[in-house]
Design a protein around this ligand. Structure first.
Ligand code: BGC
Ligand code: BGC
Length: 668
């Protein structure tokens, strides 16, 4: 039997809190609270088994109540908050750019609480799910802790770290009233041209599946939030890495490469699964009865609910305008909740017509409702209807920022260390810092930060790499910063160049032609090199870039991925407070023309999957020697020896003894 989500203690605590607050609640809630009397219906009785509560509630629901539960609406589409009551809406969310305003934790909580009151005004008082895309921390919220994007966490090889980050994110979400996260993305990125590569933990099913630990972090603690495994299925396997494209794969390969993370998610009892915009051999996932019902629900025994992606039902027939046929094919394929996201009246009208005409069986509607309501009961939403504001002060707090800093340190991969230029000494005399990503929270955070596509500049509080360098060097060391690299001369001990990609999300991040550094970044690197001082490159990017032609001219190279707000973690590695332990979660191309390039496909990469150097142990304090972060379950028999850089010029210490999750060779 599945009990409520969260630890066992939770219901007891809730009862204690509830009884001591009962009088307050009665006074505050008026009519709503009066229903919690002895003759309250069974579904409102917390002591009863959840299955019984679901049955009781379902028996009281009208067709409109049921259709409303299947409807997920963007907050900005609610002309009037009473729409929640009128249309019996079951779930509201904010998309990448529709955060409550002003964008502060308390206004989020006020907004969501008020929506919950509108839901409580319906005859059956079914609480709302409120969804967010907290994909690297509660990233839509100003002041939240922004953790590294998944690609960096994949490099850490540390599922427990990932679970701890999800836990911290759940706390920050709970402090704003959001109870449902559209995360983790369990995509297996097979082609780095894909703009969502950074949302992936890596290119092998084993590595990604191990990070399903994120689900436990969200769901299995206090506070618990509902997790979403996305995007089912094959989003990272589309031809050419085209976002929302077509995965032209045999069923055997689809199952071997893309299914294992979802099987791991179901094992962790994930509450929801979001479908992928993409197609499999030309058939849209959103209408794929075999993959949704036969494979996910029947074969894997997924008992949560399936949610669609943004307006994806409307895209089934390729033409814009939601049709009855689209709604019918999606729901009959096994979709339980529709992210409309705007025109919910049209959607509800079409759905009602199809059900009344018998073209969507009532059984299917009941099954969808049973799945959704079960999750709401298990989350404890019927008992905790308003934001638990005890969590609000955790937003961006010191403990979470420390965890993020640790995650940054553990995610960094040392790719080159010619002549042992790294770690840099704190007593460096003069250091030069350049590059457009050096002093920019927006760039180092990437997409899905404060807005859908992310942004450049001071978009939220944090520590930039430049600030972190300044905070780390000795008082007698001078740090000179010139973004474009002008003014450097041979008097500097070293130059640190922080360069790479600027923020993007989804399809806008797809790369078609070159995967090189931007010409402006290359010009900065040229200026630094011309001064004749050692150049250390900190690469800020959501994926490997095509740098084979230039890398021999750099003395040091750290892949820092998209680290988020805690730039101090980068300085921790630069100055040797942490000996790098990160390993490549993706094969690093030797040429963009190799894409797609993956472990085991026989192509000769610049650096193989699992590659990462360490500092020689005598250059870092003993207590910071690398921890063995690769969990046992993550090491299959076939592991890659680390430290064999093709091209040979790397001066780092091969990290012998370190292994990384290497997949059984799956070639494309
Ligand atoms: C993305 C999803 C996201 C959803 C809601 C879609 O465009 O593909 O990952 O959860 O929007 O914002
Ligand atoms: C929203 C995103 C969504 C995207 C889909 C944006 O406007 O903010 O959440 O994923 O549209 O196209």
């Amino acid at each position: 039997m599945h009990a409520e989500r969260g630890p066992l203690l939770r219901p007891i605590l809730l009862v204690l809190v509830a009884s001591s607050l009962a009088l307050v609640a009665l006074a505050a809630n008026g009519a709503g609270a009066q229903q919690r009397t002895a003759d309250a219906p069974p579904y409102l009785d917390q002591a009863r088994p959840i299955a019984e509560r679901v049955d009781d509630l379902l028996g009281r629901m009208s067709l409109d109540d049921k259709l409303g539960q299947m409807t997920l609406v963007d907050r900005s589409a609610l002309g009037n908050q009473a729409d929640v009551t009128t249309y019996r809406l079951g779930a509201v969310f904010n998309g990448g750019s529709s955060a409550p305003s002003p964008n502060h934790a308390s206004s989020w909580a006020d907004t969501i609480d008020s929506l919950q009151r509108s839901a409580e005004d319906t005859p059956l008082r079914i609480p709302l799910l409120y969804g967010v895309n907290a994909v690297h921390g509660h990233n839509g919220l100003w002041g939240a802790t922004i953790f590294p994007h998944n690609i960096g966490l994949g490099a850490s090889g540390d599922p427990e770290l990932v679970a701890a980050i999800s836990r911290a994110t759940a706390e920050e979400m709970a402090g704003t009233g959001a109870n449902w996260n559209f995360a983790p993305c369990l995509c297996v990125a097979r082609d780095d041209r894909w703009g969502r590569t950074y949302e992936s933990f890596g290119e092998t099913p084993e590595l990604v599946a191990s990070m399903a630990s994120a689900i436990s972090g969200y769901q299995d603690g206090t506070p618990a939030v509902l997790a979403t495994a996305k995007h089912y299925l094959g989003d990272g396997g589309t031809t050419g890495g085209v976002d929302q494209g077509d995965a032209a794969l045999s069923e055997a390969e689809l199952r071997a490469v893309h299914l294992p993370p979802f099987a791991a998610a179901v094992q962790r009892d994930v509450g929801s699964v979001m479908l992928s915009f993409s197609s499999w051999n030309g058939a849209r996932l959103h209408a794929h009865r075999y993959l949704i019902t036969d494979v996910l629900k029947d074969e894997l025994a997924f008992r949560g609910f399936v949610v669609s992606d943004w307006a994806a039902v409307d895209r089934i027939d390729g033409a814009s305008g939601l049709t009855a046929a689209e709604v019918r094919s999606a729901i009959n394929a096994g979709l339980d909740m529709v992210m409309v996201p705007y025109d919910f009246r049209t959607f509800l009208g079409l759905l009602r017509t199809e059900v009344r005409a018998g073209r969507i069986p009532l059984q299917r509607i009941d099954d969808a409702n049973r799945r959704i309501l079960t999750q709401k009961f298990e989350l404890g939403l019927f008992e905790q209807r308003q934001t638990d504001r005890r969590w609000t002060p955790t937003v961006g707090d010191a403990a979470h920022r420390d965890l993020a800093r640790r995650a940054v340190r553990e995610s960094i991969v040392l790719l080159r260390n010619d002549g042992g230029v790294l770690p840099l000494p704190r007593h460096a005399g003069k250091l030069f810092v350049a590059g457009r990503a050096a002093d920019d929270i927006g760039i180092q955070s990437g997409g899905w930060t404060m807005s859908w596509q992310g942004g450049i500049g001071d978009i939220t509080p944090g520590t930039t790499v430049l600030e972190a360098v300044r905070a780390t060097v000795s008082p007698d060391t001078t740090v000179t910063y010139q973004r474009d690299g002008y003014g450097i001369d041979s008097s500097y001990r070293a130059a640190i160049a922080v360069v790479g990609e600027t923020p993007y999300a989804e399809g806008r991040g797809d790369r078609r032609g070159t995967m090189s550094l931007d010409p402006a970044d290359r010009a900065v690197l040229e200026r630094l090199r011309a001064a004749g001082v050692p150049v250390v490159v900190v690469l800020i990017s959501g994926r490997p870039l095509d740098i084979a032609a230039e890398v021999a001219q750099w003395d040091g190279l750290l892949a820092a991925w998209l680290p988020g707000t805690e730039g101090q973690g980068v300085a921790d590695v630069l100055f040797g407070d942490h000996n790098p332990t990160g390993r490549l979660p993706l094969t690093w191309m030797a040429d963009a023309a190799q894409q797609p390039i993956n472990h085991g496909d026989g192509q000769e990469p610049l650096w193989p999957y699992g590659f990462g150097l360490n500092y020689p142990t005598d250059t870092v304090p003993a207590q910071t020697a690398p921890a063995q972060t690769v969990p046992a379950q993550n090491i299959p028999a076939d592991t890659i020896p680390i430290g064999m850089a093709p091209g040979g010029a790397d001066g780092g210490q091969p990290s012998s003894g370190n292994t990384f999750a290497a997949s059984s060779s799956i070639a494309r």
